[in-house]
Design a protein around this ligand. Structure first.
Ligand SMILES: C[S@@+](CC[C@H](N)C(=O)[O-])C[C@H]1O[C@@H](n2cnc3c(N)ncnc32)[C@H](O)[C@@H]1O
Length: 409
């Protein structure tokens, strides 16, 4: 099929799907127009009081702009954009998916695929909530190697994809619970309250930045997100992807958690920062006055040489795996208690099924004022219970306790 036939056929499929009500969605990508901040255009049918319309979501680097158009006007606009301002167009109907790939030299190819399991026609009312907080076709997911060109997880990345979705959902809830965002915040909306200032979020030990990108992309202008990472090559890579994907609210810096200054932060995140790097990150967040601390500890080695459990546990602890699990439990329980002592309400839970990763424990702490347990009173009943717990397991030193000046023994 020639390029012009491909384009004409795509336009016909689009017009037909709009007229017969089978359009599920149209996604335009690879923007080449004059506005450098524009990334995508998402189109879906909506029913307004004025009748059926097409809703356009113009995705810019830091905001979305939504406009609804009568179908005839919308089709004229779309036909002028496809292949010119946007080189990639995906049309979804319940029975098929059509992709028009255009090149800058004016040539184009059409791929049409029958839908294996078709999404139902999505005539949505325009106030319907988003289904996924991280859209599978987000360009940064593709840039980081999580998804392919069709917006599906690449081989071996399905668990990471689910983890990213789950983590973003959890953070969105925790931000509301910590009163850092109002409950009905539409993070895609370009409108912000008059007294609004972006949240400062620091992700320490961010690695390749999957979850850092997810936060920045979800919160957009509502947050300035910084990733801190040891390895300079990852920092360089992440900064490049943030720039290329127009995420102006996302930056990465090379550094060691313990020695990287953090003056002010609203949210401290440290996911899978090994061993005492989690304690260093928590201490940074506490000192910076963060209202929300979210960590997912791993490699809890620090306490293992000190652990002298009571004699009655000796037979059980002959087994290495139980020693390991006990060290994890004692370390994270102590962290949670110390955070309570420091004036935070804490909760510990599994944030994704162990089927996806064994490193799935999450500890979230929200600052409470005043603290129910009497903040940082070394003579409080809680302080006594912490010392008794440490003594039971023979623990004399623990990194977070040291950061807080809490003497365990
Ligand atoms: C297991 S990865 C986790 C990455 C990411 N947070 C996630 O959950 O996908 C841990 C990362 O933390 C970094 N890291 C560990 N200790 C660190 C420290 N003290 N300072 C800065 N980065 C650290 C490592 O280089 C590594 O990239």
């Amino acid at each position: 099929m020639s390029s012009s036939d491909s384009v004409e056929k795509f336009h016909t499929l689009l017009r037909t799907s709009v007229h017969d009500g089978t359009l599920v969605k149209l996604t335009l990508g690879k923007h080449r127009g004059t506005d450098a901040t524009l990334q995508n255009l998402f189109v879906r049918p909506v029913t307004l009081k004025a009748g059926p319309h097409l809703s356009f979501t113009w995705r810019h680097a830091t905001r979305d702009i939504v406009k609804n158009h009568p179908p005839a006007d919308a089709l004229v606009t779309l036909e002028s954009l496809i292949g010119r301002d946007f080189l990639d167009a995906h049309l979804f109907t319940p029975v098929q998916t059509a992709q028009l790939e255009s090149r800058s030299d004016g040539t184009a190819r059409l791929h049409v695929k029958l839908a294996a399991s078709a999404p139902s026609p999505a005539v949505e009312h325009h106030d319907r909530a988003k289904e996924h907080l991280v859209p599978a076709d987000a360009p940064w997911l593709r840039a980081l190697g999580v998804t392919n060109d069709r917006g599906q997880p690449r081989e071996g990345m399905a668990a990471k994809f689910r983890q990213i979705q789950k983590f973003t959902e959890l953070l969105a809830h925790l931000l509301v619970e910590a009163t850092l965002l109002p409950p009905d915040t539409d993070t895609g909306s370009p409108f912000t309250p008059p007294d609004f200032r972006p949240l400062r979020i620091s992700d320490m030990g961010c690695g390749k930045g999957y979850l850092t990108f997810a936060l920045a992309a979800h919160l957009r202008a509502r947050a300035e997100v910084t990733g801190i990472e040891f390895r300079p090559e990852l920092v360089e890579l992440c900064n490049r992807h943030a720039r290329d994907n127009g995420l102006a609210n996302l930056h990465f810096a090379a550094g060691d958690i313990a020695s990287t200054p953090l003056d002010r932060a609203d949210v401290l995140v440290a996911l899978h920062a090994c061993d005492t790097a989690t304690d260093d990150a928590l201490a940074k967040g506490l000192a910076a006055g963060a209202r929300l601390l979210v960590v997912s500890p791993c490699c809890q080695k620090e306490l293992r040489p000190q652990l002298t459990a009571p004699a009655i546990l000796a037979d059980a602890l002959r087994h290495g795996i139980f020693q390991e699990r006990q060290a994890e439990f004692v370390t994270d329980a102590l962290r949670a208690m110390l955070l309570e002592w420091a004036g935070y309400r804490t909760k510990v839970f599994e944030f994704i099924s162990t089927e996806h990763t064994a490193k799935n424990l999450m500890l979230a702490a929200i600052k409470t004022t005043p603290s129910p347990s009497g903040t940082r009173d070394v003579n409080s009943p809680l302080a006594g219970r912490i010392r008794a717990f440490a003594a039971f397991y023979g623990i004399r030193h623990q990194a977070l306790a040291a950061h807080l000046g809490f003497v365990l023994a």
